[in-house]
Write a protein that binds this ligand. Structure first.
Ligand SMILES: Nc1nc2c(ncn2[C@@H]2O[C@H](COP(=O)(O)OP(=O)(O)OP(=O)(O)O)[C@@H](O)[C@H]2O)c(=O)[nH]1
Length: 451
């Protein structure tokens, strides 16, 4: 399975992070060291790894993240976001020429990279989008390649143009475009020759086609299983002939994932598609976001976090009102209770989660993130107070605290700690007005659960 080992390693790092309630700078650094190793073992370009870790570290080490509600989860979220950025942020489509013009796409790549197969796969995709593609056999050095394209074209029910192996690829491409015009094809895909290694002849031939035929998109097919070699090949092709994008073939057999993670960062050119098998239907559009989720093995967990955040901010007016009270140092246990209620909204999601396929393994992590038990106990402590006590903790003497502890089913020490923390938070808020004015959500003056 794609990325299997990288996903496993990252999941272990994240498990450790999640198990810690509060994170120190050292915890984050240790975790990122492990992420770095995992990425290097996955054959991600070392410069890319260095920059990636630097970017994550800059965002993860800081009070906002480390004092937040779920620091471990926040770090994971940052890793995810940086991974998306690394792979290009946005999905790139093949650019079509407007109107009735013909879009000419030149496919290139080393021998055996999967170019001919990908060409036919791509034709199928474009056909699905309502285009009328024409495949062109420009590999005049390997007669078998022409035959292969014809066979694949037939399977896809797409026309294939060939002139045998006695003409130059430039002449074949020119004739193909004329043929396309006459037969109302709107996309021409040139399947060029592959070589075992990058050589001058190959590059000159591609350059000639680009110069003499109006090529609109140059796509390079690289074999994902070759890891960093694929990235080097992409860089060389881009330097010599300028490519517009990359198709990563054989991702289904790539357990490491280094090429997928490095191509964009090294070449600046996006991955458009990934080959996920030998069948002609096995071509997928490349979505950086989904790929990052796949690599992290936690797409569903991340969407759950988003959802949880959405839930917390549902009642924005209340949140604003509370923030205003906090700024004035006027917040009391009733506000805390309100905050709890909003957090509790997330709790219901655990049941949705258990229904998602493949989420069994993750369930423990989510539960510790939401920790309904802690929420319930804290809520019970506040609910055991009288309305006056909720407004003024100073009214809580020893005997009252003892009764509240019994009422809430917790140790007296827990109540003591909670009330003390609460009073400290109140004091802090008075001293530092504006501290709650930012985007921080879910936290309560930096206050944590008393357990
Ligand atoms: N598993 C898997 N195999 C693939 C994929 N794409 C291509 N292949 C296989 O890789 C082999 C080489 O593919 P070709 O399309 O012949 O490669 P090429 O780059 O056109 O090679 P030349 O024509 O020799 O330049 C074939 O056996 C394909 O079936 C993929 O995404 N996954």
């Amino acid at each position: 399975m794609a990325f299997e080992s990288l996903t496993d390693k990252l999941q272990n790092v994240f498990k450790n992070l999640r198990s810690k309630g509060k994170l120190t700078e050292e915890d984050v650094k240790t975790a990122l060291k492990e992420v770095k190793l995992a990425l290097l073992e996955a054959d991600v370009n070392f410069k890319v790894v260095k920059q990636f870790i630097k970017a994550v570290e800059a965002r993860a080490i800081g009070s906002d993240v480390m004092n937040g509600l779920n620091p471990g989860q926040m770090v994971i979220k940052i890793v995810n976001e940086e991974m998306i950025t690394l792979m290009g942020s946005e999905t790139t489509e093949i650019k079509m020429q407007p109107g009735k013009s013909i879009t000419t796409i030149m496919m290139c790549g080393l021998q055996g990279a999967g170019k001919t197969t990908t060409t036919a796969k791509l034709a199928g995709k474009l056909k699905q989008r309502g285009k009328k593609p024409l495949l062109v056999a420009c590999d005049v050095y390997r007669p078998a390649a022409i035959r292969q394209l014809q066979v694949n074209g037939e399977k896809q029910q797409v026309d294939v143009f060939s002139m045998g192996d006695n003409q130059s690829p430039v002449d074949i491409a020119k004739a193909a475009i004329e043929h396309a015009k006459k037969n109302s094809h709107n996309v021409v895909i040139l399947d060029t020759a592959g070589r075992l290694h990058i050589d001058e002849d190959m590059m000159t031939e591609l350059q000639n086609i680009k110069e003499q035929v109006d090529v609109h998109q140059t796509l390079l097919v690289v074999d994902a299983m070759t890891g960093q070699d694929a990235v080097t090949v992409a860089k060389e092709f881009d330097d010599k002939i300028v490519i517009d994008g990359v198709v990563l073939s054989k991702m289904d057999g790539d357990t490491r994932g280094g090429a997928a993670l490095s191509v964009k960062a090294v070449t600046g050119k996006p991955i458009l598609y990934v080959g996920m098998g030998e069948k002609l239907s096995d071509l997928e559009q490349f979505y950086p976001e989904r790929m990052a989720s796949r690599i992290l093995g936690m797409g569903d967990v991340l969407s759950l976090i988003e959802k949880a955040q959405e839930n917390i901010s549902i009642d924005e007016d209340k949140e604003k009102e509370m923030a205003a009270r906090l700024k004035k140092g006027k917040f009391d246990f009733n506000d805390y209770l309100e905050s709890m209620k909003q957090m509790r909204n997330m709790g219901g999601l655990t049941s949705i989660l258990s229904m998602l396929p493949g989420m069994g393994k993750q369930l423990g992590n989510i539960e510790s993130m939401i920790d309904e038990k802690q929420l319930a106990k804290t809520e019970a402590i506040i609910l055991s107070m009288t309305p006056d006590e909720r407004k003024n903790p100073k009214l809580l003497n020893l005997s009252r605290k003892s009764r509240i502890a019994r009422g809430a089913g917790v140790d007296m020490a827990v109540v003591n700690r909670f009330v003390k923390q609460f009073e400290q938070s109140q004091k802090m808020m008075k001293q530092m007005p504006g501290m709650m004015g930012g985007k921080r959500r879910g936290g309560f003056g930096g206050m944590r659960f008393p357990f």
